[in-house]
Design a protein around this ligand. Sequence first.
Ligand SMILES: NC(=O)C1=CN([C@@H]2O[C@H](COP(=O)(O)OP(=O)(O)OC[C@H]3O[C@@H](n4cnc5c(N)ncnc54)[C@H](OP(=O)(O)O)[C@@H]3O)[C@@H](O)[C@H]2O)C=CC1
Ligand SMILES: O=C(CO)COP(=O)(O)O
Length: 333
Amino acid sequence: MGRKVTVLGAGAWGTAFGQVLADAGNEVTMWAIEPDIVEGIRGHHRNAVRLPIVEQLPSNMTATGNRAEAVKDAEIIVVAIAAQFARVALTEFKGLIPSNAIVVSLMKGIERNTNKRMDEVVRETLDLPAERFAAVSGPNLSKEIAERHPAATVVGCADIDNARIVAETCTNSYFKAFVTTDVIGLEMCGSLKNVTALAVGMARGAGYGENTAAMIETRGLAELTALGAAAGADPKTFSGLAGVGDLIATCGSPLSRNYTFGSNLGKGMSVEEATKVSNGVAEGVPTTDAVVALGKELGVPTPLAYQMSRVLNEGISCADMLAGLFGSEITAE
Ligand SMILES: NC(=O)C1=CN([C@@H]2O[C@H](COP(=O)(O)OP(=O)(O)OC[C@H]3O[C@@H](n4cnc5c(N)ncnc54)[C@H](OP(=O)(O)O)[C@@H]3O)[C@@H](O)[C@H]2O)C=CC1
Ligand SMILES: O=C(CO)COP(=O)(O)O
């Protein structure tokens, strides 16, 4: 039997994941700030603003702009808000969340200035115990999932039984969820691969080929694995769906906003121009500086994030970014 699930944030992924949940037989309520989006989903089963590719959202999917009504009686509450706005948006839900509900984050970003992961931000803001928080992360380009292409993801929760409940709730004929207790690993994989995707996109946009892309991807993986392990993640997570899997999908597809943002930089656009034409949030942009800061805090070198922060803050070229990745010394891989 389906569950009562609420999704906060009707962006591209929030809406596509809402459809995944509805296709799995749940009763889904979307919450959004924008009245037009609420009315579109509730009245016409369409999110023409954020997910126009879907002509008709499932009938067991509705929407509201009222916070209390949105989360009332929800068994699972999914958060799909741009990471830098999660804290401010969730503060308004404090005190409204049912006491047994599991809160699930789809977000892939690190909070600027605090350098906190989304599990930390969500739990802190809602005063939520670890066993009621779950993260979902994997190779999940929203447009492909909205078109019901087969895909898989990982659900992480300190309480493996709650991870199983969430996995069971979002698994359907085309979407399969695995479980783990490594929440930190999932958070670090999802957030840090966006920085790598910016760099790969930039190299592609500048006209470089497979070797350059493979070099950035593997060095990016090494960097995010080292930083994740120092933060307390299980290194095995980085070779799974949420690690290598998501890196392959995000660094290899123009459907990724991070890849596309990077590609536009590589073609010569400024950060402002690339932001203007971005089709949704490119989380890697604000996350890059947070990764550099986190690296310093944890004593882990982050050359790729550092060079990308120079691209974003100082406007250095792709060639300079790549040249800065490696020192002059010969070192072991
Ligand atoms: N798209 C994808 O393929 C995937 C995305 N993700 C992650 O999921 C998260 C959401 O992504 P996605 O849905 O694609 O992003 P979009 O850019 O499509 O949407 C962002 C969402 O955040 C909301 N938002 C922004 N600011 C606020 C605020 N102050 N208060 C409330 N809501 C706010 C937007 O609301 P509004 O529409 O009203 O502006 C919108 O619903 C990101 O962290 C992303 O990295 C993870 C896997 C796949
Ligand atoms: O996380 C994603 C795929 O797994 C989506 O990537 P973008 O946010 O770059 O579009």
